[in-house]
Write a protein that binds this ligand. Structure first.
Ligand code: GDP
Ligand code: CA
Length: 347
């Protein structure tokens, strides 16, 4: 199909780190191989990435989700770990530990440090994170436009029980909860500090408004997609866009595949099931953000749950085992999104 005939010229994806990045890899592959209906290799992908995982460590600004997307699509990711640079070495981390400087639990690889040095220097020179990200992407050529959800500082913090504290609880940075504590204790509360005052990054609202399809990939619904949706203006943009909005469940067979969506959903009182996450996002026809919701074939019974809250839903394989399987997921998501338009079922 030539691009003049393509009805899907622009796809916008609201992404976290690993789940989002893998999905984007599959989507890009699907566009290049002509698998995505209505689209072709000229279809542009814009990624609105979560920045609430960002952390300052050893004086460096680290943006895990932006970097995971950038490295994955730029073929610089460590494929086994799923984060950080391939063929990484750890001299800097070990030297810092030898000085006894905290945090020692944060995985700061030598190659990765160069990215954070460039970023921190540019931020210090007054460039906003969006401009820094654009500059870093000039090297990595991810084949997508990568936009931080905001240029403002937003940080997810997690409250956990702590019998030694007078209040009985302690608040840690999301990265400490995830990496040092391995998300092994329940998260009592999850707060995205600063989100209420954040402004969407340049191009974010436009990317949603001008998209032909908007996709919520299988990213963490609370600390990835949830924080993006929490940036003032983003929900409104999703409600107003002419594009259909489709999501893919990160919960398969009643649990997250990897990561800690389980803990995060529990902390906000949402049942850990594909249908409940779809209902949590909600139908646009009813004040939510979605028109359509894909669940895994194992969760075929969840289609009814999604349908009952006004979503068009289907059960298909949703395991991102390789690029081909993921491309098929992306193609089905776009197909389902377009179907909500052609039959006037949503809008
Ligand atoms: P993070 O920022 O690195 O945590 O990555 P994301 O928020 O983008 O995605 C993490 C979520 O992706 C996990 O919590 C899982 O629920 C989900 N996930 C990971 N792999 C798969 C997969 O193969 N299929 C599906 N459906 N979901 C997955
Ligand atoms: Ca993340």
């Amino acid at each position: 199909m030539s691009s003049e005939n393509a009805v899907v010229r622009r796809v916008t994806v609201l992404s976290g780190g690993m789940g989002g990045a893998r999905f984007l890899q599959g989507l890009r592959h699907g566009l290049r191989t002509g698998l995505v209906p209505g689209a072709d290799e000229d279809t542009e992908i814009t990624v609105v990435a979560n920045t609430a995982d960002d952390i300052w460590v050893h004086g460096l600004k680290v943006c895990p989700d932006l970097d995971t997307v950038m490295y994955t699509l730029g073929d610089g990711i460590d494929p086994v770990r799923g984060w950080g640079r391939r063929e990484e070495t750890w001299s800097v981390k070990n030297e810092l530990a030898a000085y006894g400087v905290e945090p020692t639990w944060f995985g700061l690889g030598d190659r990765d440090v160069a990215t954070h040095l460039v970023r921190t220097q540019m931020l210090d020179a007054g460039y906003p994170l969006s401009a820094v990200t654009e500059a870093l992407c000039r090297r990595w050529q991810p084949g997508v436009r990568l936009l931080p959800m905001t240029d403002d500082r937003v940080e997810t913090h997690v409250a956990v029980a702590d019998p030694d504290s007078p209040s009985g609880r302690r608040v840690v940075h999301f990265q400490e909860y995830w990496i040092r504590m391995r998300a092994e204790v329940p998260a009592e509360t999850v707060v995205a500090v600063g989100i209420g005052d954040a402004t969407p990054g340049p191009g974010v609202l436009e990317a949603i408004a001008e998209a032909d399809v908007v996709i919520l990939p299988p990213s963490n619904p609370v600390v990835s997609v949830g924080t993006i949706l929490g940036v003032p203006g983003v929900r409104r943009a999703l409600a107003d866009t002419a594009a259909p909005v489709v999501g893919l469940s990160p919960i398969v067979g009643g649990t997250h595949v990897r990561g800690m969506a389980h803990q995060m959903l529990t902390s906000i009182g949402v049942e850990v099931s594909a249908g409940a996450v779809g209902a949590h996002y909600g139908a646009r026809s009813n004040g939510g953000v979605l028109d359509a919701w894909l669940v895994d074939e194992r969760d075929a019974d969840q289609v009814e749950v999604a349908t009952s809250v006004g979503l068009r839903s289907r059960a298909v394989p949703l395991m991102m085992t390789d690029e081909d399987a993921t491309a098929r997921m992306a193609a089905t998501a776009v197909e389902l999104a377009l179907a909500t338009r052609s039959d006037g079922a949503a809008g």
